[in-house]
Design a protein around this ligand. Structure first.
Ligand code: GLU
Length: 376
């Protein structure tokens, strides 16, 4: 039974496993940690556990909290070195806090600090899945953040919205609740008169993207609506429902699930494990640009043949994940390339019958086989 309304996020049958992401501005203010609020949220997590739901927490706030303690300017986001130092100070306090508050309800907290590659690399992704599964089976509540102290610009998620969606995928969760300082997605900038909160979104289309109005409003976190929509895209392709709701109130989970205040992005389809991982990949090693005929064939479920490729970008090896782009620049699919970039470039636009001569070895049946390809 797929999740069809916000109340399903609190339903054990519709949502046996829920990821709750808590934004920085909810956890930390100028005075430090918002402990009373957090106690209320943890009580709601304990209730969810009593209902029989598994809960995974994705907690931001390390940088904001550490910056306050170290007295760093710009909330610790003035430079990468500041953010890394702030996170190191903030994270240790944050973990202790979650462990204490969960412990007061008899729950055991388990900390995981992940970097982008932990979920981009297939082997490491499966490793994270195994750890999360074991922890949940053992009754623990995983508390996850990005490992900001070691993550540099190139290798970081940078926001916990996409991290939460990827974690949900790795943990095979049914739902994600992003608690933020906004009620959800509005049809225009919520500060404008007449702005309307969207209760439900079926598919994150270009029109939906146009409604998002940029970066974090509090300036504490890094996400904003843009990264939330990217998280929603990852989730919807993986068969996971994702909701955005305000955490500015007491008992925010109940407010979203009982009063129905928030935006629910419905799951679109359920790709199998490997395809879901591939579809949610955030960094790809290269690009194969295809013509209109190949784009149509892909849409009909075919493999990608060299004859339909018009350009190859990037430096990738055989087996690496690449994006497949249409002539207008839109990303059509992600796939694992059967050839490295050099051999791909040799084959561009060439018929299969010529491949053996061009390569000097027995060619593969396609450049990207349909079993290793996921349409976006
Ligand atoms: N990982 C960051 C932190 O703990 C937060 C990232 C975000 O704002 O989404 O401070």
């Amino acid at each position: 039974m797929p999740i069809a309304r916000l109340s399903d996020l609190a339903d054990k049958t519709a949502c046996p496993r829920l990821v709750v992401k808590v934004g920085s501005s909810l956890l930390v203010d100028r005075q430090g940690v918002r402990r009373n609020w957090l106690e209320g949220l943890v009580a709601e997590v304990a209730q969810a556990r009593q209902r029989g739901q598994d809960v995974i927490i994705v907690s931001s706030g390390a940088i904001a909290l550490g910056a306050a303690r170290l007295g760093l300017a710009k909330g610790g986001r003035g430079s990468l070195a500041d953010a890394q130092a702030a996170a190191a100070v903030g994270q240790i306090a944050l973990s202790g806090l979650w462990a204490d508050l969960l412990g007061a309800h008899g729950l055991t907290a388990a900390q995981l600090l992940l970097t982008l590659d932990d979920l981009e690399d297939r082997r490491r992704y499966l490793n994270a899945t195994a750890t999360l599964t074991r922890l949940l089976d053992a009754g623990a509540v995983p508390v996850i953040n990005e490992n900001d102290s070691v993550a540099t610009q190139e290798i970081r998620f940078g926001d916990n919205d996409r991290l939460a969606a990827r974690v949900a995928q790795a943990a095979q969760a049914s739902g994600v609740l992003l608690l933020s300082d906004v009620d959800g997605l509005f049809d225009r900038n919520p500060a404008q008169p007449g702005a309307r909160l969207l209760g439900e979104v079926r598919g994150v289309t270009a029109e939906i993207h146009a409604m998002a109005s940029g970066g974090s409003s509090s300036g504490m976190g890094s996400g904003g609506m843009t990264s939330k929509l990217q998280g929603a895209e990852i989730a919807e392709r993986a068969g996971i429902a994702l909701a955005i709701a305000s955490g500015l109130h007491d008992a925010p989970i109940a407010r979203a699930t009982q009063q129905g205040i928030g935006t629910l992005f419905l799951a679109r389809r359920k790709d199998g494990g490997r395809k879901a991982w591939l579809g949610g990949r955030l960094r790809l090693k290269g690009v194969l640009v295809v013509d209109a005929g190949a784009a149509r064939a892909l849409g009909n479920g075919s493999s990608l043949l060299a004859a339909g490729i018009t350009a190859v970008e990037g430096d990738f090896q055989r087996g690496d994940a690449v994006a497949i782009r249409g002539a207008e620049g839109q990303v059509l699919a992600h796939g694992l390339s059967e050839y490295g970039a050099h051999d791909c470039a040799l084959l561009v636009g060439r018929k299969s019958a010529d491949h053996a001569d061009i390569l000097g070895y027995a060619p593969r049946s396609a450049v990207v086989h349909r079993d290793q390809l996921v349409l976006l």
